[in-house]
Design a protein around this ligand. Structure first.
Ligand code: NDP
Length: 496
């Protein structure tokens, strides 16, 4: 069917509102840091607000972490590492991770609603992606806790000690789970900093950790902004660092870690190519491209933000894409029918707005469907740039918003060259019916993850991470476990 044969409008389909109830969450007025198993006041007494980006309503006051708070957290983590956690056999450690996983499943609605309120992402994503994957990460790594000697045969491995972990605002709970699960399984203790704009689910996780009687000090959560993260990076008591966030901050952390020669993993930005060949299943490819760039409002490090489409089908593909994004429902993130939620913060909205203005001023053609943006909150419509040159800023820099650029190619070689023409190397997508073409492309694409005839699929057993300015080290699978262990000098075994 030609795209214009079946416009959606004549059906007059509309959806009744289907808001998820917020009664399931109980947000405190003020939150302290979670240190040594308890919520404690920040040493400075300072707090900052966290708001719902869809409504701009104030949700809670959050402790602003100082270097002194970080010091308390590191001391608690060190004591736990040298005390109960460090002595505990892997089989016992694993039980704690299983308990965390089960509680995440049991309380998943509460977590999902809170994630959506604090971060603005559609409830269907928090409910169907963030929560199941967070629980899966703990389940998966729990299974390794008593098997480290099998994971690394003929090597004697041991945990580093205290891990400092800094996570961003786009998948707040999920990024915390990706980092905590392998660190704890390996026997480390942790000081974690959630992002300033999305601290609430990490703090709810602290409640889970109390409920399961995790020994005090094994996980410590210090809230705050960039300065709090920098205090963790600079603390001499940290033995291993893991960071997910912007390339710019990642580079600063790499300088600090290399000066002190401590192990580091970095998961940074991306500018993924999403490559569509003329022999692909076109309607499925349109869906894949839409999922690749508009889910979580494009706040996704592996977002397929650069569409490369074979020239022979470019016009009709772009037409179908425009029609499809005209049907996306933007609005209340708590509504179960919402596809595109709120932009995470006023700052991020400004960044996206500026980047799109740059794209227009440099000569690319902007398409945005007609859609009513709510009066309150931070919103940006799904957007597509055509007429894009490789030199355009929007084709080169990470926008981290619902903005797709479209370029064309004539041969697979040209597609590879354009896909790799970026400082990033996190992910890529390919749509074609030819398995041989997929294998050929996969070998040549310089990306840590390549999806074929699908996009944004994650599994805790599968390593995820990048090349070049997308960082180094992997999360997931045994590749994600290894950075939390080092080889013992003595060959006495243990740790498991
Ligand atoms: P940041 O890299 O600043 O934030 C990531 C985390 O690092 C947050 O917890 C942040 O704290 C913390 N942080 C900030 N500065 C420092 C520092 N000097 N030392 C240690 N930790 C620090 O990303 P932004 O939130 O500023 O977003 C900017 C851009 O980064 C986005 O537009 C996007 O392009 C990219 N980005 C990429 C992500 C990815 O997954 N690849 C995730 C997030 C952003 P706090 O938030 O509290 O300031």
């Amino acid at each position: 069917m030609a795209p214009t044969d079946n416009p959606h409008e004549p059906f007059g389909i509309d959806y009744a509102p289907a808001p998820e109830s917020t009664a399931v969450v109980n947000i405190a007025k003020t939150y302290g840091h979670f240190i040594n198993g308890d919520f404690v006041e920040p040493s400075s007494g300072a707090t900052f607000p966290t708001v719902n980006p869809a409504t701009e309503t104030h949700l809670a006051n959050i402790a602003d972490g100082s270097a002194e708070d970080v010091d308390r957290a590191v001391a608690a983590a060190r004591a736990a590492f040298e005390g109960p956690w460090g002595q505990m056999p892997g089989s016992e450690r694993g039980k704690y991770l299983f308990r965390i996983a089960r509680q995440l499943q049991e309380r998943s609605r509460e977590f999902a609603v809170l994630e959506t309120m604090d971060g603005g992402k559609p409830i269907k994503e928090s409910r169907d992606l963030d929560l199941p994957l967070s629980a899966a990460w703990f389940f998966y790594y729990a299974g390794w806790a008593d098997k480290l000697e099998y994971a690394f045969p003929n090597r004697s491995v041991a945990p580093h000690g205290v891990a400092g972990q800094i996570v961003p605002w786009n998948f707040p709970l999920m990024m915390a789970a990706w980092k905590l699960a392998p660190a704890l399984t390996a026997g480390n203790t942790v000081v974690l900093k959630p992002a300033e704009t999305t601290p609430l689910t990490a703090l709810l996780l602290a409640d889970v950790l109390q409920n399961i009687d995790l020994p005090p000090g094994v996980v410590n959560i210090v809230t705050g902004a960039g300065a709090t993260g920098a205090a963790i990076v600079d603390h001499r008591g940290i033995d291993k660092l893991a960071f997910t966030g912007s390339t710019e901050v990642g580079k600063a952390i790499q300088r600090a870690a290399s000066a002190r020669r401590i192990p580091l993993t970095l998961e940074l930005g991306g500018k993924a190519a999403h490559i569509v060949f003329e022999d692909s299943a076109i309607d499925q490819a349109v869906e894949g491209v839409v999922t690749g760039i508009y889910s979580n409002q494009g706040h996704v490090c592996c977002a397929g933000s650069r569409l490369l489409v074979e020239e022979s089908i470019a016009d009709s593909f772009v037409e179908r894409l425009r029609r499809r994004i005209s049907t996306l429902r933007l609005g209340d993130p708590l509504d179960k029918n919402t596809d595109v939620g709120a932009i995470n913060s006023a700052d991020q909205l400004q960044r996206i707005t500026d980047m799109v203005a740059t794209g227009v001023s440099e000569g690319a053609d902007l398409f945005q469907p007609e859609c009513d943006l709510p009066d309150k909150g931070y919103w940006f419509p799904p957007s597509v740039f055509t007429g894009v040159q490789q030199s355009h800023t929007v084709a080169r820099e990470e926008i981290f918003g619902p903005v797709l650029t479209v370029q064309t190619f004539r041969t697979a070689e040209e597609a590879v060259e354009k896909a790799n023409n970026t400082p990033y190397g996190l992910s890529a997508g390919i749509w074609t019916e030819k398995g041989s073409k997929i294998l050929w492309m996969t070998e040549k694409l310089r990306a840590g993850v390549v999806w074929a005839n699908t996009y944004n699929q994650f599994d805790p057993a599968s390593p995820f991470g990048g090349y070049k300015e997308s960082g180094f080290g992997r999360e997931g699978g045994m590749h994600g476990l290894a950075p939390y262990l080092h080889e013992r000098a003595d060959l006495t075994g243990g740790g498991a």
